[in-house]
Design a protein around this ligand. Structure first.
Ligand code: XIL
Length: 527
């Protein structure tokens, strides 16, 4: 294994003032770049962990950009610090520019911190380290650690480290970005939104980093609706009670507004990405199901929704771009008698929490916004049955559930006939439907680890996308939209979720933003 360390063109020292490609603060990303990692720590730790004994948490004490950063404490050795897995985000053999802004904890004397890329080869060989940058860092201001690295080739795990040479000082990390050069966007292929213009709007889940440089061109060309991938989740919007942060969400909302696109809101009530404070009493203890605690949680949910609605009204007046909300996400569990997943909402509010959330959402967001219940594997017979029953019951009780979101996280071999049946059964209930998070994994099982991206699987994926598109178009009258969960393969959640999968390629555009066979599958299916 050869690890190349390219000469950093980055001058050393805390006063370095050049304009690297970045999105997390106000410097523009160069037009020919794309951003594969953008950790702003405005919401949660976004995949960062303590290295060695160190612990990390998001802190509002200071920030380089926005209002929060990652605080690293409990360092027992100089190398203990902060780390994030980036295996699936880097393109092997390709140059990447990495930046991290760092600051020492209050009162700590200046010391050197360093940014490193580690590769642990899959064959058990010794790890190899690429030094990205190091600099003397103080408690008085933010220092940029940055440089260029060539991503390792071969199997194994790749991680970013922020650590020190000699000191055990607490430190803060913020606005970590990894960027690389992007190929120009193809202008001689049809635009997806034109291809499906007679059927439904075509959406894509994006973060702020997808709305600058070449990815932004790709979004603007092909899509007519945006779903903020993470920016409207509770932990992103209200990381601490009463502290609303809309920077990331506004980037998505503004882009949509500027391009005449709608925004699909995701999500209000979920068991994940929801900060603990929602479920913690003033005494620091978990809320119980007592009447008092139930009203505390309901009041918090209402305040959360109103905070968002007020913000939208202030920023956009009557023209706010959010046309739908996933009000409740992933509530179904067919193993439970009542079909509802046991989560914190359920624990405090009981099974009525779903109805409560929809009634509140209608009250707060009004009649013009579509309210959906969103779930995964809605085509699997047991989950489908439970969701059908739930939606039927809610609507019979007059709960304002307008529709059902089918995530459609599929993999090769998916049974499209079953999806067809599912759409039929929900149509019979008279509800609207949306495909909210479509992707098609190349891995055949949740544990399969691909060592490459096999061309024959890309062809199989094309055929599946084609078959699915045909079925979805046949249901166009029931479908409000078709949204893909990510813009191009590097940005797919499946590159990192459950495990690092550098060769997973579930989307329509490849690592270089170019149309894959999957893209042509959608075109095939559109006839
Ligand atoms: C995922 C995002 O894509 C990741 O970036 C994030 O780290 C975790 O959440 N179902 C959902 C989405 O409803 O919110 C999830 O998104 C993917 C599964």
């Amino acid at each position: 294994m050869v690890l190349a360390l390219l000469a950093c063109d980055v001058p050393a020292g805390p006063d370095r003032g050049r304009a690297p490609a970045r999105v997390a603060d106000d410097q523009p990303v160069a037009d020919d770049q794309l951003t594969v990692l953008d950790s702003t720590f405005e919401g949660d730790v976004s995949g960062w962990e303590g290295l060695g004994d160190a612990t990390v948490r998001v802190s509002g004490d200071d920030a380089h950009g926005g209002s929060r950063s990652l605080l690293v404490t409990d360092r027992a050795e100089p190398w203990h610090g902060a780390t994030a897995g980036v295996t699936g985000l880097l393109t092997p053999g390709t140059d990447h520019t990495v930046h991290a802004w760092v600051r020492l904890g209050d009162g700590e004397p200046g010391t050197e911190l360093q940014l490193t890329l580690e590769h642990r080869p899959g064959d058990g060989a010794d790890p190899a380290y690429q030094h990205v940058d190091s600099a003397t860092v103080t408690a008085d201001g933010w220092t940029d650690l940055g440089g260029t690295v060539t991503a390792p080739t071969g199997t194994g795990e790749v991680r970013l480290y922020v650590e020190s040479a000699t000191s055990l000082a607490d430190f803060l990390v913020d606005d970590v970005t990894v960027t690389r050069r992007a190929e120009p966007v193809e202008t001689d292929i049809p635009a997806l939104r034109d291809v499906l213009a007679d059927d439904f709007p075509v959406g894509v889940a994006v973060g702020p980093q997808d709305l600058v440089g070449r990815p932004a061109e790709l979004v603007a060309r092909h899509f007519s609706s945006l779903t903020p991938e993470n920016a409207l989740k509770p932990v992103s919007v209200q990381p601490a009670e009463g502290t609303f942060t809309f920077d990331a969400a506004d980037t998505v909302l503004d882009f949509a507004a500027a391009h005449g696109m709608g925004v699909y809101g995701h999500t209000l009530v979920w068991h994940r990405s929801t900060p603990d404070w929602f479920f913690t009493g003033a005494d620091g203890e978990p809320l119980t199901d007592s009447p008092q605690d139930r009203s505390v949680l309901l009041a918090r949910l209402e305040a959360h929704m109103r905070g968002i609605a007020d913000h939208l009204r202030e920023r956009y007046g009557d023209d706010q771009p959010v046309w739908a909300w996933d009000v409740v996400n992933e509530a179904v569990d067919p193993r439970q008698d009542d079909g509802l997943r046991r989560n914190e909402w359920y624990r405090v509010l009981g099974p009525g929490y779903v109805a409560d959330a929809f009634r509140l959402a209608r009250d707060v967001f009004g009649d013009d916004v579509l309210l959906l219940i969103n779930d995964y594997d809605t085509d699997s017979p047991d989950r489908r049955r439970v969701l059908l029953d739930l939606v039927e019951r809610l609507r019979a009780d007059g709960v304002p559930v307008d529709g059902v979101g089918h995530q459609l996280h599929l993999r090769l071999g998916a049974d499209v006939g079953r999806i067809d049946d599912t759409l039929d059964e929900f149509a019979a209930l008279g509800v609207r439907q949306a495909v909210t998070e479509l992707d098609v994994a190349l891995s055949r099982t949740s544990t399969e680890e691909l060592g490459s991206t096999p061309p024959e699987r890309l062809d199989e994926q094309r055929a599946l996308y084609a078959e699915l598109t045909t079925v979805l178009r046949a249901h166009a009258a029931d479908l409000t939209s078709l949204s893909f969960w990510g813009l191009y393969d590097t940005r797919s959640w499946l590159r990192t979720w459950r495990m690092e999968r550098p060769y997973e390629a579930p989307l329509l555009f490849d690592d270089d933003l170019q149309a894959k066979p999957a893209f042509w599958g959608v075109v095939d299916g559109a006839g």
